[in-house]
Design a binder for this molecule. Structure first.
Ligand SMILES: Nc1nc2c(ncn2[C@@H]2O[C@H](COP(=O)(O)OP(=O)(O)OP(=O)(O)O)[C@@H](O)[C@H]2O)c(=O)[nH]1
Length: 377
């Protein structure tokens, strides 16, 4: 089953066309969707209490990370993606309003619309080619048919990324390093995540390894207070690797569950940044050979295509295991996630949905896609 069917609970175009051969248009209304979502929610809540004690005791920590009710998380996604879906929806609706027939000009306009929606040139071209085939294959002619094929294809493409978006949490100590340029939201993400792990009963330690920017350490100390967790800091301009060394030692000897490391991101000095991250990596590995378990790149969703260049730059500097896409709430360019995953093949693992301490969520493809298309369907 493709992601489209899973989310929207709908049959594929081909099947529906066959069934609706007599009818002119498809019935694809919102009340239908609402019903589907409701039943999906019911399934989720029924499954939860059935988890046995043995299963809970398993070291499968990934599944425990979401403690908020699913409906609340869904609302957060919907709210945060309003700007994106509005501009996305408006562009597509305008494009479809000018629809006359499915010809080459139509596909060219479609490609332009996709590019303007921050889907990126490569992805837009590939999607248009796919859609060209699909529209022909499914003999879609009316505006509604075409619209549905487009959405179906985009949703399924997205669901077929095959990337693992869950955090790689360990039974014992998990070490996570955060990289990214200044101002993208690294410190805020660490603060939010610390609070979340702390609420789950985990022993959390922070490491303020951005010793270069005045105020960076103070900011992280403030978050440590808010989340009620401990933090290792160094003197201003001291070697960030020594902060990492102290933090790893402390985390190991005092049996912490989670160590979150904040780093400085100075892209203008790539050589230094690479050396610094390499040095930190070596120090961590000396103590814990399979760590860091996550190296997460924070990207600001409001920067659109610029985020892609940053991701490319950083993946040349250090191996990345995932992306944190921050400020999705303030962005009309959330479609960038599609491009990040497709072009870079790096999973988005966390999304920032606001400035508050609870505004960080594990990335959920289904909820994202629902939020993205809320103004189109
Ligand atoms: N709306 C919104 N704002 C966010 C989000 N995440 C971070 N911010 C804001 O972005 C600004 C920069 O965040 P920081 O966490 O300081 O960014 P940083 O990457 O650590 O920056 P440096 O410490 O300079 O390296 C702050 O004002 C945050 O409140 C988010 O998900 N949504």
């Amino acid at each position: 089953m493709g992601l489209f069917d899973k989310i929207f609970g709908k049959k594929k175009m081909a099947e529906t066309i066959a069934e609706n051969i007599e009818a002119d248009v498809f019935s694809f209304d919102l009340s239908d969707l609402a019903e589907t979502s409701e039943s999906e929610r019911e399934i989720v809540t029924v499954v939860e209490p059935e988890i046995s004690v043995e299963q809970v005791a398993e070291p499968e920590i990934q599944s425990v990370i979401q403690s908020e009710p699913e409906t609340q998380i869904e609302e957060k996604y919907e709210k945060s993606l309003k700007k994106t879906s509005k501009s996305f929806g408006a562009r597509f609706n305008e494009f479809l309003a000018n629809f006359r027939s499915v010809d080459e000009e139509f596909f060219e306009d479609l490609e332009d619309t996709l590019i303007m929606s921050d889907v990126g040139v490569d992805v837009a071209t590939q999607l248009t080619d796919d859609l060209r085939r699909e529209v022909k294959l499914q003999k879609a002619k009316s505006q509604d048919d075409v619209k549905r094929v487009i959405i179906e294809k985009m949703v399924d493409n997205f669901g077929e990324s095959g990337l693992d978006t869950s955090l790689n949490l360990q039974e014992n100590l998990t070490v996570m390093m955060f990289v990214g340029v200044n101002g993208v939201g690294k410190t805020t993400t660490i603060g939010k995540l610390a609070n979340r792990f702390r609420n789950e009963g985990k022993k959390v330690l922070l490491a303020a390894a951005d010793t270069f920017r005045a105020g960076a350490t103070d900011q992280l100390v403030e978050w440590a207070h808010r989340s009620d967790v401990e933090i290792v800091v160094g003197k201003e301009k001291s070697d960030p690797a020594s902060v990492v060394f102290d933090a790893v030692k402390k985390a190991k000897t005092e049996s912490y569950d989670i160590l979150l490391i904040d780093t400085a991101g100075r892209l203008q000095n790539k050589e230094n940044l690479m050396k610094e991250l390499e040095k930190m990596g070596k120090i961590i590995k000396r103590e814990i050979p399979d760590a860091p378990h996550e190296t997460l790149l924070a990207l600001d969703a409001t920067t659109g295509q610029n985020a892609i260049s940053q991701a490319k730059e950083f993946s040349n500097v250090t191996p990345l295991t995932g992306i944190v896409l921050t400020k999705l709430d303030g962005s009309a360019k959330g479609g960038i996630i599609l491009t990040i995953q497709q072009i870079l093949q790096i999973p988005v693992k966390l999304v920032g949905l606001g400035e508050g301490i609870n505004d960080l969520e594990t990335f959920n493809e289904e909820l994202f896609v629902k939020g993205l298309f809320q103004d189109l369907i």
